[in-house]
Design a protein around this ligand. Sequence first.
Ligand code: KIV
Length: 331
Amino acid sequence: FGITTGSLPSITETHEFVVPKSIPIILLIINIFLDIDKSYANLICWHYVSFFNLFFNYIWHVKTNPYKRITTKTLHEMKKNGEKISMLTSYDFTFAKILDEANIDIILVGDSASNVFAGNETTVPITLDEMIYHAKSVVKAVKRALVVVDLPFGTYQSDPQEALRSAIRIMKESGAHAVKLEGGFEVSESITRIINAGIPVMGHLGLTPQSIYKFGTYNVRGANKTEADQLISDAQDLERIGCFASVLEKIPAQLAENVSKKTKFPLIGIGAGNHVDGQVLVLHDLIGLTNEFNPRFLRRYLDLNTSIKDAVSRYIDDVKSESFPNKDEMY
Ligand code: KIV
């Protein structure tokens, strides 16, 4: 029968299509009723009922889950249809499961794990083994989203063979769907090598945190004409050599718009304004687990740092006052 019930997930307006939840249930009752007395006429009716049931379920499913599984091809379709792409970071199973169930399009196992998860000052120290560990946990949780994993610093810059070996390790050992790496023209040979081996690559231009020691600051990139022209040319290179998308980090909105006009592949912005095809944020920032990082582009949807501290204080009080555990919480 394949009856689908439950609440309608939140969906974009263009896909909004409300099928009354009661329809499959009514059809099931009619079906059961007709099954009791299987006259010839009833059997024909039964087939009609089954057909409509399947039809409604199909429409419901298609309209509420327009994309069953996000692939690199889906992202291009989304761009073509003008549907924005949502992307968030995750480094572990539990958060990845929540994001996937909430219908996020892309989960990035970002090397920001180095700061957020491991407490390093920069993304430079995180290793390939550590990224694979995070990616493996994320992949286990995901049914729908595209999982993209950052190639960490030092695993693709020296030569294309090494880049390919690193990308292959990520794909084989974690089961992820694509890799991301930072840079433009200077890493194009490595990207080409990886793509030729059948591994999808997402680019990353603008602020490239792995090069923090070269630039010395996390300021906006592409603010002068030379940098802006270079960035546009890098984006065109990434598209030409076959990257399926690129992140644009912390650049003026006007520059992102210019990149968008000069390329056709999906551009995912973080601090790059709204003339791009999607947005990415670090999940821990979005839900307010971190509270010391406050760039202008960040919108916090929760203040979990305060909520967790509050919960922990109440727990400590309850332990100290011996009100936890109570009778109902004992065996
Ligand atoms: O590592 C990361 O989290 C990232 C995003 C900021 C795009 O690269």
